[in-house]
Ligand binder design. Structure first.
Ligand SMILES: [Zn+2]
Ligand SMILES: [Zn+2]
Ligand SMILES: [Zn+2]
Length: 574
């Protein structure tokens, strides 16, 4: 038996996992305590030491092999810290040792933790085995969105496709926080797009299926037409064939009766097979493009003249190798980071003739120049779009340059920036905890159609924060729709009853479900649009006399509605 070189208490106590909910569970790890001939110690995040064999770890993982190499010192056993709990590490080891029959992972969170370890340490055999578990029915339909998110993060295309298809059983507009735990807004937005496409595909297939049946079947009383109607309603909410192809769903309106020609056994089966075939998700369709990352150097540098930064007592070297000189004194005044850095005792650098100290920065030269411009008493740099602001904001945040942060926030708060991509600005505000910017950006988000949000706009945002924005938009939409519907018309035409006012109301109710703000629906263009639609119907209605007149009642009605809508607070609670 190998002797333990633990400095911590005996392994018996180590192997007791922390008690949960006051109830003590006694789980003994397979690899705690004495493991015959063990020659490496694995420390876990919950401070347990597990014992394993170098030979086995080296054989399965190149990463663990190099961890072991660098941990070997003297005669004591190498110790390696692993980023997981003992429970998970123990499970991983049972996958590696031939004498254990690894059980299927019972809990989804455990599987993710296990896969994370397997990917981190490049344990290919385990990765292959766990990929199958990731998409087993039980997990796939219980957590389709989280499976999708995990699969995309590890570039597992097949698993991502399966999960995307399975996620069709969920209505994306009514998800629980549990459905979205750990999911990025980028993945959420991808799924919204995929669902849209999938919905169109299935609906098209169902329409085609009905169109292939006889004239009688097209009639709304037939089983087929009723099946179509129910299927459309279902797929509108949840773009999946799982429900509509179920026996239960098919049989529900069996009373409508089979068609004597289309539902003869052979004809029915052929038609149904065709429908199922048309609904089959295309293999290629869920190919997931990596989000395009925009390097600030791709965009042209700003047009305003940039100070050259050729003087100073310190050199900042950018990631692209440009040396910018700056004065320590100024950097220290502006940045908490630099103040702390220069307060440290300096070691002498002799890379340049003048022996100026060099600080290597991860930022590129354009970013550093703009940051310095914001710090120096010179005109602020110009930013043409959010892409140009983002790297500088990142740098200002990292170097803790409060004044630059404030300047950049006011750049992002400008109406032009907010209008260009409010969701992206909202995402940045969330990332850098800038509440005033978050509120301004959220209000600007009401003015764009959030259902069309692109992946690039939500990089770095969590699906939870993004759906919070969507829910707020929906809530406001519902509030405004209620306000608009509650107020009866000032004047109703006795002939057509359908004046421009009711056209306007119809258009406005639709518009505010996308963009729940007052300024658009009360604009002149919007009102004119309603009047134009109304005018188009006049020809078909001889004797119609109300025209597009605007009565005193109409005016009062509009004024009241406008005042009520404008009174609604436009601040999202953060
Ligand atoms: Zn028929
Ligand atoms: Zn009329
Ligand atoms: Zn009319």
């Amino acid at each position: 038996m190998a002797t333990s070189v633990n400095s911590t208490p005996s392994t018996e106590t180590d192997s007791l996992p922390p008690t949960t909910d006051g109830e003590s569970a006694l789980i003994l790890y397979n690899f705690a305590g004495s493991v015959h001939d063990a020659d490496v110690v694995l420390r876990t995040t919950d401070d347990v030491e597990l014992h394993a064999h170098q030979l086995i770890l080296r054989r399965v993982s190149p990463v663990l092999a190099s961890c072991i190499d660098s941990a070997i010192s003297g005669s004591s056993r190498p110790r390696i810290q692993l980023p997981a709990e003992a429970r998970i590490v123990d499970m991983l080891l049972t996958h590696l040792y031939p004498e254990y029959e690894p059980e299927e992972t019972a809990h989804f969170d455990d599987l993710l933790a296990l896969m994370h370890l397997a990917f981190t340490y490049q344990i290919q055999a385990v990765v292959t085995r766990l990929r199958k578990e990731l998409v087993k029915e039980e997990f796939l339909y219980a957590h389709p969105i989280r499976v999708f998110s995990a699969a995309t993060s590890w570039d597992l295309e097949r698993e991502a496709s399966l999960a995307a298809e399975a996620s069709g059983i969920l209505d994306l507009s009514t998800l629980s926080p549990e459905d979205l735990r750990g999911v990025s807004a980028v993945d959420y937005v991808r799924l919204v797009k995929l669902h849209k496409r999938r919905r169109a595909e299935i609906l098209q297939a169902v329409e085609f299926w009905l169109s292939r049946r006889c004239k009688t079947c097209q009639h709304s009383n037939s089983w087929a037409a009723q099946f179509r109607a129910r299927a459309v309603a279902e797929v509108q909410r949840r773009p999946s064939t799982k429900v509509i192809f179920g026996e239960d769903f098919m049989g529900r309106n069996a009373a409508a009766g089979a068609c004597s020609s289309c539902d003869l056994h052979f004809a029915f089966v052929e038609g149904w097979k065709e429908l199922v075939e048309m609904c089959r998700p295309d293999k290629i369709q869920y190919f997931i493009p990596r989000p395009r990352t925009i390097s600030p150097t791709d965009s042209l540098s700003s047009l305003s003249p940039i100070p050259s930064f050729e003087e100073g007592d310190i050199i900042l070297r950018s990631s692209d190798g440009i040396q910018l000189r700056a004065y320590k004194r100024i950097l220290m005044e502006a940045s908490v980071f630099f103040k702390a850095l220069f307060d440290l005792p300096q070691q002498c650098e002799s890379e340049t003739d003048e022996s100026l100290p060099i600080i290597d920065c991860q930022e590129d030269s354009i970013t550093l120049q703009k940051l310095l411009q914001l710090i120096y008493p010179v005109p602020n740099p110009d930013f043409r779009n959010v892409d140009e602001v983002q790297p500088v904001l990142e740098a200002a945040n990292k170097f803790e340059v409060d004044a630059a942060m404030a300047a950049l926030v006011s750049v992002l708060r400008s109406p032009r920036m907010l209008a260009s991509d409010p969701v992206r600005i909202y995402a940045l505000a969330c990332r850098y905890s800038l509440p005033s910017l978050s509120r301004a950006a959220a209000a600007a988000c009401l003015r764009v159609d959030l259902d069309e949000t692109g992946e690039m706009s939500v990089v770095g945002l969590s699906a939870e924060s993004f759906t919070r924005l969507l829910n707020w938009r929906n809530l406001r939409g519902a509030q405004i729709r209620k306000l608009l519907s509650d107020q009866s018309y000032g004047h109703v035409c006795q002939v057509c009853r359908d004046r421009w006012t009711s056209r306007w109301l119809g258009l406005a109710l639709f518009e505010v479900s996308k963009r729940p703000v007052g300024e658009l629906i009360f604009s002149l263009e919007f009102v004119m649009q309603a009047m134009d639609m109304e005018r188009a119907t006049w020809q078909s209605m001889p004797g119609h006399y109300c025209g597009n007149s605007v009565t005193e009642g109409d005016r009062e009605w509009m004024r009241t509605l406008r005042a009520r809508v404008m009174e609604l607070p436009e601040e999202m609670e953060l």
